[in-house]
Write a protein that binds this ligand. Structure first.
Ligand code: GRF
Length: 189
């Protein structure tokens, strides 16, 4: 049986799209059961629709964090989800949520953690002047962008690279690293 995934998004959803493509062409042995979002009207929800993936919005704005998370937990339990895959989900998960699904939540972050956790990580690394940038996939614990590292991928920043160019390079790395790492993890578990 293929593992059942819930992918949590808040925006563009390019990582979700890359995972959906990898599932469709057999690179990633998993089923994306549902895409969940904390807000309506985002591009990622439309993209999920084009893949025929069921999606649901649990508006943190309307419901408040506690209730929205309770509803998220309910949906994830009811649908018998094996893995919760964060792909640009911009909400901090409560310790209650993390403990409910302990060691079953995975995140991708656009820096070489533990450097540059939090928002705007690519820009922060760029402004700092790092020579190596990259991407991390990790299991989620109750700290932000923190938990056992599953995989990292790094690139050298060539002199003269603009921030926009770096962002593009990092997103390309993400779209490759995420499905590969998930596949390895699912094979082992
Ligand atoms: C990605 O850079 C991801 O690493 C970070 O948020 C961004 C989401 O981008 N957590 P997208 O919505 O997948 O295009």
């Amino acid at each position: 049986m293929k593992p059942r995934l819930a992918i949590l998004i808040s925006g563009r959803g390019s990582n979700m799209k890359a995972l959906a493509e990898a599932c469709n062409d057999g690179r990633l042995m998993a089923d994306i059961d549902i895409v969940l979002s904390d807000r309506d009207g985002i591009e990622g929800l439309k993209t999920a629709g084009t893949f025929g993936i069921v999606s649901q919005v649990l508006s943190y704005k309307k419901l408040g964090k506690e209730l929205a998370e309770e509803k998220l937990i309910k949906v994830i339990k009811e649908r018998d989800i094996d893995w919760i895959v964060l792909a640009g989900f911009m909400r901090i998960l409560s310790p209650h949520f993390v403990n409910t699904f302990s060691d079953r939540i995975i995140n991708i972050h656009p820096s070489l953690l533990p450097a540059f956790p939090g928002q705007n990580a690519i820009q922060k690394a760029y402004n700092y002047g790092v020579k190596l940038a990259g991407v991390t996939v990790h299991l989620v614990d109750s700290e932000v962008d923190h938990g056992p590292i599953l995989a990292q991928s790094a690139i050298e920043i060539a002199p003269g690279t603009t921030l926009e160019e770096l962002e593009e390079q990092i997103h390309r790395l993400e779209h490759e690293l995420y499905w590969r790492t998930l596949n390895e993890l699912f094979k082992k578990t």
